[in-house]
Design a protein around this ligand. Structure first.
Ligand code: CA
Length: 227
């Protein structure tokens, strides 16, 4: 389980990271709103611990923007004792729960476990765009009800694209998230392009509405019609 801790106070962030790692969570820390926003848009987390009081882009702004973009990762807000209005606004803006600082670590753990349980229960079993449907349980792919055979890798690529539909997907994002290649690894742009071309043939050939689009010089986008 991977948790993103968004907290500008380094001491607090470090304590949270160490405590949660002690409970066998994978923990990443973002110290600014900008960094948090970037991470949420390019990586997958199971939960976000979000401090509302951040310099620059505020926690509330981040929350609203990621929810608007369809990111459904559970968000647990960390708020100041006197900021009751913030808590209400946070919950109205798509936060799942909040915790008032200072809090007991055991309380934090209990909230995290509860949210992760809830998250799993509500996990999506299908991803879709237009008439393309991906069943994550049976791993079957159909377009207009007709089965499409894809390889495991193609399935993973398409799953990643479906989870980020409407967004520009850069090749290095795909390399990192699908192939698990770090930035230092050999560039695999050609490999990615070959897979995308193959997926395109399987999904878009002979279809009036194209779903996979090239964003020139940047990467790809999955959406209904031209971007
Ligand atoms: Ca803070």
């Amino acid at each position: 389980m991977r948790i993103l801790v968004v907290e500008d106070e380094h001491k607090v962030a470090k304590a949270l990271k160490e405590g949660l790692e002690g409970e066998h969570y994978d923990v990443d820390v973002a110290h600014t709103g900008e960094d948090a926003f970037f991470r949420v848009n390019t990586e997958q987390f199971d939960m976000i611990l979000l401090d509302l009081n951040l310099p620059g882009r505020s926690g509330m702004e981040i929350l609203k923007t990621i929810r608007k973009r369809g990111v459904e990762t559970p968000v647990l807000l960390l708020t100041a004792r006197d900021a009751v209005e913030d808590r209400v606004a946070g919950l109205n803006s798509g936060a799942d729960d909040y915790l008032v600082k200072p809090f007991a670590f055991t309380e934090l753990l209990a909230r995290i476990r509860a949210l992760l349980r809830r998250g799993r229960a509500a996990e999506t079993l299908h991803l879709c765009i237009a008439d393309l449907d991906m069943d994550l349980v049976t791993r079957k792919l159909t377009r207009s009800g007709k089965a499409i055979e894809v390889t495991t890798r193609e399935f993973e690529i398409l799953e990643f694209m479906l989870r980020h539909q409407g967004q520009v997907i850069m090749r290095d994002m795909m390399a990192r998230e699908v192939w698990k290649e770090s930035a230092r690894g050999t560039p695999i742009n050609n490999v990615i392009d070959v897979h995308i071309a193959r997926l395109r043939r399987k999904i878009d050939q002979d279809q009036t509405v194209k779903l996979i689009h090239t964003v020139r010089g940047v990467g790809f986008m999955l959406r209904e019609g031209e971007p």
